[in-house]
Design a protein around this ligand. Structure first.
Ligand SMILES: Nc1ncnc2c1ncn2[C@@H]1O[C@H](COP(=O)(O)OP(=O)(O)OP(=O)(O)O)[C@@H](O)[C@H]1O
Ligand SMILES: [Mg+2]
Length: 439
């Protein structure tokens, strides 16, 4: 297969598994031709491989060339004036459309994505003259800063063209939650366009150009979808990889990064990573100097480095998210609450439990707001009801968090974390040997 779109995963061969999800979404994309597919949100905790999956879906759909045109757009985490954003969104779509129709992948990454005149020229050159009208319309709205009209043209462009040409388009929008947070009505970027996503209320109902949205802030994304786009999206959860795919990924990364594993350590890596592609990839990419993945001891050292060292990619990544969330909820109580939930891993706790068990000096309303912010920041999970909470079920995140805050709050010895890793790995080793009938 030709990989027209450069995937962030790097070498395309590194992409592993996700068989169930690929089967589901390829059928979902195929069903667009029957106008059966409903807009869907791909939801998962961060780093679960959402972007990798979406980019792969783009490439397969582009390559298959079977009646559905793929469009991929990532809303960037950078402040943008709404006019610049709409222009970028619109022209990205137009170029991807031209690339598909002309079968020239070069257009996926055009040299110049800001010149309407040049785009019209290219459309004509490729025999797609019918695009000129809409491009001129967008150019006019940009030139005159007609913001509402421009956002309508840009947002509806895939749907408009699909309907007009009797074609089908799949719109894949990553980091959808930033739509309401990174775009500004004014050039000085003081006045946030925090209702932009609401425009999808009708656009997302389209059956000729349905959406597949995703984002790295899943709590935030869910909140946006529920509040602004009720009943417009189906939710598709992306879970950890099943064990066979995780082990397959370990072997691929082992070969690619020239870091040998044994059959036993391959199993241990997959199990310790709990099937998270991000953890597997971070273990192999780790900057830890004496990297040895042929022994359980070597794996423990890498995990310890990745969890506790400031150069550990896992710690760096998680702390970025934790800091962003704690900026809004920055106090000792929030940290105490998260630590407390980690201590009661297997249970959900109610706000009343937390108030009582932690002796929190705050009202229930204050606690409610704090908990909401923590859920929105993916630091904790909502339980069965609005009143219940639980920690995220992730043994590595738990240790990163405790490594930083338990020390601060409870004078905890971080050496404990190493012991926990050693114990878990020993347990898995026993499991593995039992499986092998070796004991
Ligand atoms: N199927 C896969 N095969 C191999 N590696 C993968 C796969 N999925 C994800 N990865 C690797 O895992 C890491 C996280 O993947 P990705 O960025 O796609 O996750 P994400 O869910 O989009 O993350 P975020 O929440 O930050 O948006 C990357 O290093 C990626 O290369
Ligand atoms: Mg992503």
């Amino acid at each position: 297969m030709e990989y027209a779109f450069k995937e962030r995963i790097g070498k395309p061969g590194l992409f592993t598994g996700r068989k169930e999800e690929l089967t589901y979404f390829l059928k979902w994309i195929d069903d667009i031709k029957e106008e059966k597919s409903q807009s869907t949100a791909l939801l998962a905790r961060r780093k679960m491989g959402k972007t990798a999956l979406i980019e792969r879906l783009f490439n397969i759909t582009f390559f298959k060339n079977d009646g559905v045109i793929p469009f991929y757009y990532e809303v960037r985490e950078a402040k943008m004036w709404v006019v610049d954003f709409c222009q970028d969104f619109f022209l990205t779509f137009i170029y991807q459309y031209i690339a598909f129709k002309s079968r020239k992948p070069g257009y996926l990454d055009p040299e110049n994505r800001s010149d309407f005149g040049k785009t019209i020229e290219i459309a004509k050159q490729e025999g797609l003259d019918y695009l000129c009208g809409i491009i001129e319309g967008a150019a006019h709205a940009v030139a005159h800063e007609k913001i509402d009209i421009l956002w309508n043209i840009a947002r509806e462009a895939p749907k408009t063209i699909a309907a007009r040409q009797k074609e089908y388009i799949v719109q894949m929008i990553d980091e959808f939650q930033f739509l309401n947070a990174m775009i500004y009505w004014d050039k000085d970027k003081k006045n946030p366009a925090d209702s932009l996503a609401g425009g999808y209320l009708s656009t997302a109902e389209s059956k000729v150009a349905p959406l597949l949205v995703s984002g790295s802030w899943v709590g935030w994304l869910m909140n946006l979808l529920k509040m602004m786009l009720p009943a417009r999206f189906r939710y598709y959860p992306l879970e950890n990889m099943p064990q066979d795919e995780a082990v397959e990924m370990v072997y691929k990364y082992s070969q690619f990064f020239d870091t040998p594993v044994t059959e036993e350590t391959a199993y241990l890596v997959a199990e310790m990573a709990e099937g998270s592609p991000f953890y597997i990839s971070s273990i192999f990419r780790s900057l830890y100097k004496q990297k040895d993945l042929c022994t359980a001891k070597g794996l423990t050292e890498i995990l310890e480095f990745e969890t506790l060292n400031n150069q550990g990619n896992i710690k760096l990544t998680w702390m970025e998210y934790v800091n962003a969330a704690f900026n809004k909820v920055n106090d000792r109580n929030a940290k105490k609450i998260v630590l407390h939930l980690f201590k009661h891993k297997d249970r959900e706790l109610t706000r009343a439990d937390l108030l009582e068990q932690l002796n929190l000096d705050m009202t229930d309303e204050e606690l409610e707001m704090k908990m909401e912010a923590l859920v929105k920041g993916d630091i904790i999970n909502q339980g069965q009801t609005h009143f219940d909470f639980r920690c995220v079920q992730d043994n590595i995140f738990d240790k990163v968090f405790r490594g930083v805050y338990q020390k601060e709050i409870e004078h905890f010895d971080v050496g404990e974390i190493k012991k926990e890793y050693t114990r878990s790995i020993e347990k898995m080793q026993r499991q593995y040997r039992e499986l092998q009938g070796k004991k």
